[in-house]
Write a protein that binds this ligand. Structure first.
Ligand code: SF4
Length: 434
């Protein structure tokens, strides 16, 4: 069978797809690259790994399904299969509304999907992946599901309860990735700080980070998706003292107003949030803090939004992403809160917040002018090497652009570079001869 796998949504979905690709290849299926045009490609099946988190993501997934169904109607593919969060969450509705799709699978139906493709799930490949990222960095998904009860979030209902991946399996996966040339491991989950509480009855993220950093060939370990409430201090200690762990921390805070945080059921209030940011900056001097904030929550009035803006002004996050509240059926919020804030006001608040952040981000970047930083080269294009320091995560943060000859650099290698120019998100730099 010739198969094309399309992956939507977050890095955790991408890891699921990479495991699926390994199973497909292990069964002798021919995998067509995700971006390859299908005309004349004689593809048998398109498989879409969907996202069902919020409205925008759902629409993107549905568009991808209709595109595939259209290719089937034009007989460019024989089968269309759908899996992932959207399929898990709305299977019955999707079966009724899009009968052209041959089958909808849930988030834990890999074996059934492989059967539909005439293949068989093979335990031997369980810790192996076919990377879809550049070969020098990879995401490592350390658990599935979530035990938190955030009032706006549908994920626990889609992905189930928290299940940590045993450390020995993660170590085996990390060693396999390092043997393939991965130098940067990016640790992801719905909630990375909860790691271990289910299977080891204690928090094990710090020991896990230490173990991953010791894997031969791994140069950088980067931590994303940490949860703010009851933040484990040993993780800060590990980040601060382990030179292979990036001085970078992603901690989605969602908001800073106690009234909104309480309605969101985030188990933390404004003072604890501010104290946590101070504690992290004290424990890890020079850390680049990334956060994600939500605007337009039903409990966010003008006063609460003003509070959020002044928090962002004082906390000075090096990296910040935001999104507008989306009422998600099946969540506590959808049942008990009225989504009364208009789309226009939500968008205005989003714009105002991101305008403020662009100033903060520019000042952060300007503060690095003249610094000599270790940069991992991602690719070369149009006279520039595109790379990142430990302060930039791939795909979500800015880049460091180095004007040089193609022969001066190689994707996947580290160079030293002196920062020469700064804008809101990207930096320019020149190579420093070593
Ligand atoms: S921590 Fe909260 S927002 Fe994140 S996946 Fe779990 S329930 Fe959703």
């Amino acid at each position: 069978m010739k198969v094309q796998l399309i992956t939507l949504g977050c890095s955790k979905n991408r890891v699921d797809s990479e495991h699926l690709l390994r199973q497909m290849k292990g069964n002798g299926l021919t995998v067509i690259p995700e971006t390859a045009p299908l005309e004349g490609a004689d593809v048998d099946a398109i498989v879409i790994n969907t996202c069902g988190f919020i409205q925008d993501a759902k629409e993107e997934s549905i568009d991808a399904i209709f595109t595939a169904v259209e290719l089937k109607r034009r007989q460019l593919v024989k089968y269309v299969y759908v899996l992932g969060c959207l399929s898990e969450r709305y299977r019955d509705e999707l079966i009724a509304e899009i009968p052209e799709v041959d089958a909808f699978f849930g988030v834990s139906d890999t074996a059934k999907l492989l059967e539909a493709l005439g293949a068989r799930y093979n335990k031997r490949f369980a810790q192996e992946r076919v990377l879809t990222t550049p070969s020098h960095y990879a995401y490592l998904k350390i658990s599935e599901g979530c035990d938190r009860k955030c009032a706006y979030c549908a994920i626990p209902g889609i992905r189930g309860a928290y299940r940590s991946v045993p450390m020995e399996l993660l170590l085996k996966e990390a060693q396999g990735l390092a043997r393939k040339g991965v130098k940067e491991l990016i640790v992801v989950a719905q909630d990375t700080t909860y790691y271990g509480l289910d299977i080891y009855k204690k928090r094990m993220l710090a020991p896990l980070l230490n173990t991953l950093a010791a894997v031969e060939g791994i140069e950088w370990v980067r931590l994303l998706y940490s949860y703010p409430a009851d933040f484990p201090e040993d993780v800060l200690e590990e980040i601060a003292t382990n030179e292979k762990i990036c001085k970078y921390l992603d901690i989605p805070l969602q908001h800073s107003s106690s009234k909104v945080l309480s309605a969101m059921k985030r188990n933390i209030d404004d003072k604890q949030t501010k104290d946590l940011v101070k504690k992290i900056r004290k424990a890890v001097p020079g850390v680049a803090l990334r956060t994600t904030l939500m605007v337009g929550h039903p409990f966010e009035g003008a006063a609460e939004f003003k509070e959020l803006l002044s928090f962002v002004k004082s906390a000075r996050f090096e990296r910040l992403g935001a999104f507008t509240y989306s009422e998600e059926e099946g969540t506590y919020g959808a049942r008990f809160y009225k989504d009364t804030i208009s789309v226009r006001v939500k968008q205005e608040r989003f714009n105002e917040l991101m305008d403020l952040q662009s100033e903060v981000s520019l000042n952060f970047n300007k503060s690095r002018l003249g610094n000599i930083e270790k940069v991992l080269i991602d690719f070369y294009e149009d006279g520039y090497a595109h790379g990142r320091s430990q302060y930039e995560a791939p795909e979500v943060d800015g880049e460091i652009l180095i004007e040089c000859k193609p022969s001066d650099v190689k994707a996947g290698e580290f160079v030293l570079a002196k920062i020469t120019e700064a804008d809101c998100y990207d930096l320019k730099a020149e190579l420093v001869k070593q």
